[in-house]
Design a protein around this ligand. Structure first.
Ligand code: AMP
Length: 278
């Protein structure tokens, strides 16, 4: 695996890979890699593409009171995992490369970016879209892989790629979970032992609510009961809602594209999860 730390090295390595392989696959990450990230890399490699992964903790997507400084970092561990998965190239840019002095251009997002995480974290999706547009321009992949774990992020990036006519496919990959159902996340390590033991209640409640929405034909009561059950267990619920998958607009009736999404706080840790209905 080649490691690029400058734009010059990245471009040379990407040009070489493009000559060797039919396609370039790309997995953008913020590092502290776990099995969820590795699954995205594996999907790229399995598609036959030369696979590029980036590790960049993007300051632009963190709010003023958020966890940028305590975001976990483990470069050596991450590189070993990428190499073991068959990743061809790791791209590790620094902040000045991504945000050159005098920069005056940002990507503005609306539509699927407006509600839920967009309201809870103002500016977050603008930061995600901006960094993804830059990374796509640097790597010029044929496909980029994103986790369904961050469902709204996946929709925002798909919308941006379509609206900016970017010549790549955005591929969503199913959420990878711990044995007890908790969605894997770099932030799970910040849960205390008691909080970690309680966290799988989130996916249980989601699954139960999804089944009830299908059985009852509507979301109001199942969602309200689910939010109460979470509150009773000590979760602080930011939102628990049935949405139209691509647009993120709230809906009440079950539909093929419907997605049940949730964000809660447990102690100091924010947990996101989502599932489809069918
Ligand atoms: P992050 O490093 O948290 O920005 O995540 C990088 C990519 O990995 C994003 O596309 C995430 O959605 C994806 N990802 C994170 N956790 C998981 C998971 N448990 N299952 C699948 N994909 C994930």
């Amino acid at each position: 695996m080649f490691i690029a730390r400058s734009l010059h090295d990245l471009r040379t390595a990407c040009a070489r890979l493009r000559r060797q392989a039919d396609a370039l696959a790309f997995v953008p990450t913020m590092g502290a890699l776990h099995e969820g990230h590795c699954t995205l890399v594996r999907a790229g490699v399995a598609s036959g593409a030369a696979t590029v992964a980036s590790i960049f903790v993007n300051p632009l997507q963190f709010g003023a009171n958020e966890d940028l400084t305590r975001y976990p970092r483990d470069e050596a561990g991450d590189l070993a995992k990428l190499e073991a998965e068959g990743c061809a190239l790791a791209w590790l840019p620094d902040v000045t490369t991504m945000y050159p002095p005098g920069e005056a251009t940002l990507v503005t997002v609306s539509g699927p970016a407006e509600r839920w995480e967009g309201e809870a974290r103002p500016g977050h999706f603008g930061g995600v879209a901006t960094v993804c547009a830059k990374l796509f321009g640097q790597v010029r992949p044929d496909r980029a892989y994103f986790g369904e774990k961050d469902w709204q992020q996946l929709q925002v990036v798909k919308r941006m790629a379509a609206d900016l006519l970017l010549p790549l496919e955005i591929v969503g990959i199913e959420t990878v979970r711990e044995a007890d159902g908790l969605a894997m996340s770099s932030r799970n390590r910040f849960l205390s032992m008691q909080e970690r033991a309680k966290a799988p209640v989130l996916i249980e409640v989601l699954r139960q609510a999804a089944d009830r929405i299908v059985a009852e034909g509507g979301a109001h009561e199942p969602v309200s009961d689910a939010a109460h059950r979470l509150a009773a267990q000590g979760f602080i619920c930011d939102y628990f809602v049935l949405v139209d998958g691509p647009t993120m607009d709230p809906i009440n009736r079950p539909a093929a594209e419907a997605r049940l999404i949730v964000a809660v706080r447990l102690g100091g840790v924010r947990l996101l999860d989502n599932i489809g209905l069918m």
